[in-house]
Ligand binder design. Structure first.
Ligand code: PFF
Length: 459
């Protein structure tokens, strides 16, 4: 008898896992910064448009392929169009997922280092003869570029991935998400209440959201498109993989809207936390905006140092960051694991180890490329920057472009996407038609523009 495919056990678990993937460091440190330097509320309007024309339609296309194809990111193409080369689109997504996971484990490791240093209080011990700022700058350099601590931290993240993923979809990914996502939202709300009651809250919100349409340049629109894309975890095979575990009767449109709304909400709340705090203590306000990494790892600790309960708020914040990072790494590892399970018939255990054990060597290598191995350059970039730049800027939009062409044109005759989104013609007929129109015409245009823009930018 054919073995039943695993599904998420509950709707809540399914949403928690998918939101857990989408909510990552992209929301926490990139988004608030982009809003503030891209014209505040003006940027938000552009961003929402980007979600409507690109983000949500591509997400729904990926959901349709995954749930309809019931296989891994390459398998769905092979199954739906046997003997054709379309599976290469899935291969690009798989490659992107794996390369991103190499360096994202390292970044998740940084958040772990900061979490440990917040708990122990060592983050706030000012070096003799220095200021808090100079100490935090030195700590950032140390946490990123030193040999042992970032290396160990990234290995711990890989270890956490192995631990959770060995347990499988329901007992590992779903159970973890069911616990961690409510914790993340709770921490977010607590921090929001704290910062919104600071004396500079109104100024901070004004600084964050003041609508300035003159700031909305073509570059800002491209940023908004890229951010919508990265933040929703598109083009990495994650959504195809997770949706292959969605139940057949699930309302995909509703799930997509819920995930997108949660992702947007987290990003917005992060801005509500960061800017009131930064303004209250007079640490922001430069016209150019605050550089993202410095904002999270230097400016915010400076803020916490000036608040009562420094260590508590610092611990809360870095726990939040760590949860956001780990739930994203889990989702990206699952893409390759399902590939080995479905395509090569590996057991869960074997697939997990085959995917994650190489990262025990690759992630430290990425980590070292920020310090000891910084001279080792590929195309003029360190290994870390190379993987980051090429996978995010080219592989992701390319994989998504193939998904759109495939879902919109290649599977046009069987009305595959429509049928998945409407559950066989029963629901969501209007949104299905809208999605198909978007993935046929508008999303490929946007994705093409992103790729061309990146190419021009690189040259
Ligand atoms: N949506 C994620 C984020 O905003 O950080 C994107 C992501 C990156 C997901 C890396 C998974 C991952 F490993």
């Amino acid at each position: 008898m054919k073995k039943e495919r695993t599904n998420f056990a509950s709707k809540a678990g399914m949403i928690a896992a998918t939101v857990g993937s989408a909510v990552g460091l992209g929301n926490v440190w990139r988004f608030p910064n982009e809003v503030q330097s891209g014209g505040g509320a003006a940027f938000l309007i552009v961003y929402i448009l980007c979600i409507l024309v690109l983000g949500l339609p591509v997400m729904l296309a990926e959901f349709s392929l995954g749930r309809g194809g019931q296989s891994d990111v390459i398998g769905v193409y092979r199954k739906l169009t046997p003997g054709k080369k379309w599976w290469l689109g899935g291969a690009i997504a798989l490659l992107a997922a794996y390369t991103i996971s190499c360096y994202y484990m390292v970044v998740a490791g940084w958040t772990l280092e900061y979490l440990v240093q917040s708990v122990s209080g060592s983050l706030y011990e000012v070096a003799p003869g220095g200021t808090l700022k100079s100490t935090l700058e030195a700590t950032l350099a140390e946490n990123v570029a030193a040999v042992w601590s970032p290396l160990l931290a990234s290995l711990l993240v890989v270890g956490a991935n192995i631990f959770i993923l060995l347990r499988g979809v329901q007992k590992g990914i779903e159970k973890m998400s069911n616990i961690l996502m409510p914790v993340l939202f709770l921490l977010l709300l607590i921090l929001c209440c704290v910062t919104l009651s600071l004396p500079g809250a109104a100024d901070g919100l004004l600084f964050f959201l003041r609508p300035d349409f003159s700031e909305v340049t073509p570059a800002v629109v491209m940023n908004a498109l890229g951010q919508a894309f990265f933040s929703l975890s598109l083009g990495m095979g994650i959504l195809v993989t997770y949706s292959s575990y969605f139940p057949k009767r699930d309302n995909l449109v509703l799930t997509g809207v819920t995930v997108t709304a949660c992702d947007f909400l987290v990003a917005l709340l992060m801005g509500f936390i960061i800017f009131p705090a930064v303004m209250t203590f007079g640490l922001g306000g430069n016209e150019a905006g605050l550089e993202s990494t410095a904002l999270v790892f230097i400016t915010l600790p400076e803020v916490f140092a000036q608040m009562g309960g420094t260590q508590v708020w610092s611990t809360v914040f870095f726990t939040l960051l760590f949860i956001a990072a780990v739930t994203s790494t889990i989702s990206i590892s699952e893409v390759s694991i399902l590939y080995f399970q479905d395509r090569h018939r590996f057991s869960r255990r074997k697939a997990t180890l085959v995917v994650l054990l190489p990262l025990v060597a690759l992630s430290p290598l990425c980590s070292l490329s920020n310090g000891a191995l910084a001279d080792l350059k590929i195309a003029g970039l360190t290994l870390f920057d190379f993987l980051d730049t090429y996978s995010t800027n080219f592989l992701l939009p390319l994989a998504a472009l193939v998904t759109c062409i495939y879902g919109g044109w290649v599977l046009k005759k069987q009305r595959f996407v429509e049928s998945e989104l409407t559950n066989g013609g029963r629901i969501n007929r209007f949104s299905a038609r809208y999605t198909v129109f978007m993935i046929r015409w508008i999303a490929p245009l946007c994705l093409g523009a992103i790729i061309v823009y990146q190419l021009l930018y690189m040259l």
